[in-house]
Write a protein that binds this ligand. Structure first.
Ligand code: PMP
Length: 433
């Protein structure tokens, strides 16, 4: 069989489980892994990936799973999209690396121009390209301080912004991310996500803790990701924009998880017609290659040469993957995300009534869908049962299972995935009854 025919056959027959899960090779590999890797890695369950195509991912025992994780919302165009692979191969033959910080790498500026074209800001923007989400957050913190001359930041409880010192200091989702790492970056104020948080900001934080004239930026995920796929109230983001305008505070939209077409629009913040001053992207931007971006309004990107740079940020291979990803998302994947998301939400919503003992909520936009359970233990059990059924999903927040497949997912794959997920939920419900 040719590679292409073989790929098509593998994608058609999914899931396809040959061994117990995890299989013998996976178990042996995990024992090997645990002797040499950092124990800090927060492994969710014993899945050992070997190769993938589209929404199919195969483990080292040859078991094929339907992937509703997409490498945690990263493989936006599916595993090994042929156009992304070809773009990477073409670029690899031309130039593997040249520092875009020190010289004028053409593809870096080309990507920055494309990011300007798709940015949710009306005026001109510029981009600083990074290797990851957390680096985009760090860049935004530095830019916000240097541009405004102010020191303080506001972020939200439940937020996840990354694990480097600045980003982890903004993070407010789980205490374990801070445990043992103090002192964190000072001058960060956390408020509840949603309108209650904005009440607290105006009534308490600005009155009693820090004057708004000392706040450089407010960091917000337009839809919270690691916090549990939380869609805010309709007037939350417009109100946040008004507060920022009133006090000259920069609004930073962290779209590392929610961006790149995942919610059915290029950027989730566009669902509310709100313009950020700075927008952060990563994850889905490179379809799996390490790349992120800080996009800022021209007038905000006011820092001087030498203020910030990076050896690898904007590596040409990652840029090539990002350019191809942007084109694929615009050519149809974003529209597919909107449609398939509606299909999945409609098919999952009945779970709330059917399993009212354990399912609390089904919510989301596009292919950013969260199913909330009565407890973390139940969410954990559903994640495990799905894995046993050949479906990969991932917990988020305290008690949520997230569904974030690649944007190439088909109607049939959504149907299969929802069926497997519903069987997993039914099994967990019956076991606890
Ligand atoms: N911001 C958000 C909203 C994220 O979801 C994440 C990653 N989960 C990050 C930032 C950090 O990205 P990275 O892991 O690439 O540093």
């Amino acid at each position: 069989m040719t590679e292409i025919a073989d790929r098509a056959a593998r994608v058609r027959t999914v899931p396809h489980l040959l061994t117990e899960i995890p299989g013998p090779k996976a178990r042996a590999h995990i024992a090997f892994d645990q002797a040499f890797t950092s124990p800090s890695l927060p492994r969710a369950y014993p899945f050992v990936p070997a190769r993938g195509a589209g929404c199919m991912i195969e483990d080292i025992d040859g078991n094929r799973f339907l992937d509703f994780n997409a490498g945690i919302a990263v493989n936006s165009t599916g595993h090994a999209h042929p156009r992304v692979v070809a773009a990477i191969q073409r670029q690899a033959e031309l130039l593997l690396h040249y520092s875009a910080s020190d010289f004028f790498l053409p593809i870096y500026a080309e990507l920055a121009r494309e990011l300007d074209r798709i940015a949710p800001m009306k005026g001109a923007t510029r981009a600083f390209i990074t290797n990851s989400g957390t680096e985009a957050v760090e860049a935004a913190m530095k830019l916000a301080r240097s541009h405004t001359g102010r020191q303080a930041f506001v972020s939200f409880l439940g937020a996840f912004h990354g694990r480097s010192y600045g980003a982890v200091s903004l993070t407010g989702s789980k205490a374990k991310y801070h445990a043992g790492f103090a002192p964190l970056v000072p001058g960060i104020f956390h408020i509840p996500y949603g309108n209650a948080g904005l009440d607290e900001l105006e009534d308490r934080v600005f009155k009693r803790l820090v004057p708004p004239s000392e706040v450089a930026a407010i960091f917000v995920e337009p839809i919270q990701g690691e916090g549990g796929y939380v869609v805010p109230e309709p007037d939350f983001l417009p109100r946040l924009r008004r507060i920022c305008d009133e006090y000259g505070i920069l609004l930073v939209a962290d779209e590392v998880q929610s961006g790149m077409g995942r919610t059915g629009k290029m950027w989730a913040i566009e669902h509310w017609d709100v313009e950020p001053d700075i927008l952060l992207s990563a994850k889905g931007l490179g379809s799996g290659l390490p790349i992120g971006a800080m996009i800022a309004k021209n007038e905000v990107m006011s820092w001087k040469p030498g203020a910030h740079g990076s050896t690898y940020g904007g590596n040409p291979i990652a840029c090539a993957a990002a350019l191809e990803t942007i084109h694929l998302v615009e050519e149809g994947l974003m529209a597919n995300a909107a449609e398939r998301g509606e299909q999945a939400l409609a098919a999952l919503r009945p779970l709330v009534r059917r399993h009212d003992r354990i399912v609390r909520d089904v919510r989301g936009r596009g292919l950013m869908i969260g199913v909330q359970f009565d407890s973390g233990t139940t969410a954990d059990a559903v994640q495990w049962a799905s894995f046993q059924h050949g479906l990969l999903v991932l917990e988020a927040g305290d008690d949520v299972v997230r569904i974030s497949p690649a944007l190439v997912i088909t109607a049939a794959e959504i149907e299969t995935g929802v069926r497997l997920f519903s069987e997993a939920v039914a099994g967990v419900d019956a076991a606890g009854a």
